[in-house]
Structures are given as C-alpha cells and as structure tokens.
Design a protein around this ligand. Sequence first.
Ligand code: NAP
Length: 527
Amino acid sequence: MQLTGNLLIGQQSVAGSNGTIHAVNASTGAAIEPAFGGATLADLDSACALAWAAFDSYRETSPEVRAKFLETIAQNILDIGDDLVERCMVESGLPRGRLEGERGRTVGQLRMFADVVRNGDYIGARIDPAQPERKPLPRVDLRLRHIGVGPVAVFGASNFPLAFSVAGGDTASALAAGCPVIVKAHSAHPGTSELVGRAVQKAVKDCGLPEGTFSLLFDSGRDIGQGLVKDHRIKAAGFTGSRGGGTALMKLAAGRPEPIPVYAEMSSINPVLLFPGALGNRTEGIAKAFVQSLVLGAGQFCTNPGLVLAVDSPDLDRFIEAASSALKETAAQTMLTPGIHKAYEAAVEKAGSHADVKTAARGAEARDDHQAQSALFATTAEAFRNNQQLQEEIFGASALVVRCPDLASMLELIESMEGQLTAALHIDDSDHAEARRFLPALERRAGRILVNGFGTGIEVGHAMVHGGPFPSTADGRSTSVGSLAIERFLRPVSYQDLPDALLPDALKAGNPLGLNRRINGKVQLAE
Ligand code: NAP
C-alpha cells in the first residue's frame, strides 16, 4: 500500500505544510520515505471542529452500529496485510513475530470493546422511579446513564506501535465510549500510523458515521500535540510515554480554563520481590525466567522488571550469579528509536559508574550503534533509599538488584517507593505469612500484584488493571488495558422527571436496548 505522508482530517487526506517528519529505519538510523507533512494550527482547528460536530450524533449511535464500527476497524487493519507488519518492522526495529502478535492484540482489543458496547453494562443505567405517594414529600423520578466525555486526544506510544497507537487501547476505548478521537501520531512510526489511520478512516465511511469521528495528525514540533490538549473541544487525553512528556501535558490540561483529565502512563520500575523460601528452593529457575522477562522486546515494556528486592544471603548471591550467567548470553537488540537508544546508554552508563552500584553482568556486545546491551546491577538497601537516581526507570533491558538486610527493610523500601504498574512476588508456601504482611503496602503502591511471574505479559480482559499511582500513571483510579479502560472516557448524567418520549433509549420504561439496569438500587437483568 502506497504511503501518502498526508494528514487524515475527517474523510480528507491533507498535505501538511508545517515542516516534515521522516521515519527512521530503527536498525540503521537512515531516514525513510516518504516525508510526512506536519499539521498547521489551521489543520488542528479543522480536526477539532469536525470532532466536535460529530460528537452528539456519534455518541447516540446504537450499540450495534458502534460495535460494527469497531469490528470494521479490526477487519480493515487485517486487510492491510503484510505491508503493515513490514513497515512497522522497519520503523520500530521490532521483530515480525512480536508485531504479528501485537496486531492480533490490537484487533482483539477492538473486538472486545465491540462486545462491551453490545453488552451495554458500561452505560451503568440506574432508575429510581418516582414515588408520588411518598410522605412527607413525593419522590421525583431519577434516571442515570453514562455518556462519552467528548472528543479525546490520543498520543500514540513508541513501544506499542500497533496496540497502543493509532487504533490501540486508548482509541478503541474512547470510540467505544462514544467519543470522537484525534490521534497525534508518534514521530517514531508515521508510516505505520498512516496505514492504520486509513483503516480507521475507511471504517468511518464504511459505517456511515460522521466524518469527524476520527482524525490523524502529524506534528513536526510540539505545537500540535500541545494545541490538541489545550483545545476547548477536547475533553480528555490518553498518553503513553515519558514522565517528562506526560507531566508536561498534564500541566497544560490542568491550566486550561476548563481543565481536563490526561490519562498518562509514564514511568514504573515494577519491583520483583524474592521471598526466602522461593529464593532458596528455586534460585536458578527464577533467575532464568527473570532474565527472559527483562530482555523481552529489548526491555522496552512499561512493565519491565527493573528492580529486584531480596534479603542479602547466600541464596541471593546464587540468584545474582545465575541471572548474570543467563544475561551474559543475551544478544544485544535494536531499540525503538535512536533517541531511546541514546537515553538507555546514558542511563546505564550513569548507573554503572555510581559509587554504590556494582555491575553484576552485561549482555552480549552491540553489533551496531542502534543495539542495546542488557545490564544487571546490584546495590544495597541503604544506597537505594538514599539515591533518587537509583529509583528512576531505565527504559530498556536493565535491572537493579537490591540487597536488603531483612524483610522488614524490604517492606520499608516498598513503603518509600513511587507508584508502580506492577509488583511481582516470588513465594513458596512457607512464604505466605510474610507475603501477607506486604500486601497492604503493595496495594497502595501498585496497580497489579502478581505471584511467581513477571508483569511483562499483559492479559487484555475484564479484570486487568494496567495502571497505578503516580508516576506509573497520572490517575491511579483507572486502567489503560482491559474493558474497564472505557470508564476513563465516560461521564454520568442524571435525568429528573423527563417524560418517556424525551428519555434516551437506555432509560426508557420499555428498555428497548435490553440493558441490565439498577432499579431502586437492585440490578435487574434484561429479559
Ligand atoms: P515521549 O518522548 O514522552 O513521547 C511520547 C509522545 O508524546 C510523542 O508523540 C511525543 O511527540 C509527545 N510528546 C513528548 N513530550 C511532549 C511535550 N512536552 N509536549 C507535547 N508532546 C510531547 O516518549 P517516547 O518518545 O515514546 O520515549 C521516550 C522515553 O519515554 C523513553 O526513553 C522512556 O524513558 C519513556 N517511555 C516509557 C514508556 C512506559 O510505558 N513507561 C513507554 C514509552 C517510552 P513526538 O512524537 O514528536 O516526539
């Protein structure tokens, strides 16, 4: 499929005239064609005007129409065929298998949200019928449903060019909620973005939806991304990326005359806690599995296990030894962008030269300037506690093992840590009593607690939380993966004493949408 390098504004394909963006071959650093034209402020205004004009009719589409739309996007993405995977491989440096899997996840997410829309529980319909006879005062008729918040800005993620980008989890959940979406493409994968963007644009047309339901903009600087978050017609934003980028957008959103939420997923080191029983019984097995998880995808996962905590002991020495031998065997891998590679190299260099840090092992050396060599470091609990630098995320295949004097000091470290996406406990039966003592602190610190595994595999389902207290995300009350992600883009509206004819279908007496509804506080299942 031929790339145009154009912006997608509603159904128009528009040549951007505000500078250009070139994709870069992640493996060689060479610029690749075509040039993508950056959006002007006038383009941004057109996309926002169309999105706003689309909002009222799009959010009132029937569940079936909206579900079909999400399924059509999924099919249109599959219909691009191998062109999508090939372009994405060049732009991201990620291997075919990973990207084919990621495409499957992207399509699966869209279909899951189609089911969520059809099911209708997300509408949260509640009815407290009028009680005209109630004494001393009659009760009014009150009905509640959730509606989309309004047009949503989505910032594609560099590390998930399909599953968290143009038609990824943020877009799928916002569209499912009834919100038009404007995507600011990530500059690391503009070609992938255009291909997927055209699949979404075509689905809008195929399904007869208002054209402003979706737009895709390229930004040659920062003005368009920032302008999007500041535009009065945008009512929420989804973001995955750096802490600096996420907090900059949060500040802009909070400073608007009408502040809006930015659901930013930013930085997490995902502590792995090795309890004495498990560490003693399964040292080598845990070490090998840990290294596999650490180097997966060159460590470019927000749930990458960047920190290991354990009591200093001969068992921990054996763990570090086993992990070091496994790590030395790991090949260097191409990183997503030269910028991310440079940031990784600088952070690893800084960690390795820290007076309180020992380099336990490095992976195989890089064969070119774009590959990253994995790294394992070790330090003490005291050094970790006293050095903020050691607590910061190194985006890539690097981890730090912290030797704790005892379990009490390990718990203290957890208490002092920033918010995390995941916390992984490695335990045997003999560790249960100690592990239970850690759970309240872990619940306060992390969005997902897991046992005898690592956070890198994220199941897309109904009970998944991919979120956590700041700075892992901007708002720990939400998730960006799984069906609950739709709640970020919904708002409750209550209707008092409206005649049936004026009520939305979700709340009408005859229940024409066949929803499960909460009547007088009790769930009444649809017949
Ligand atoms: P990034 O620099 O934060 O960029 C993410 C997106 O936000 C891009 O579209 C970027 O625009 C835009 N952006 C960044 N700062 C902005 C600002 N101040 N105003 C407006 N827009 C802004 O993240 P990245 O490029 O993906 O990766 C850089 C670093 O982020 C990595 O080295 C890593 O540390 C971290 N990261 C973390 C995760 C995670 O899940 N925890 C995931 C990916 C990256 P451009 O496209 O124009 O740059």
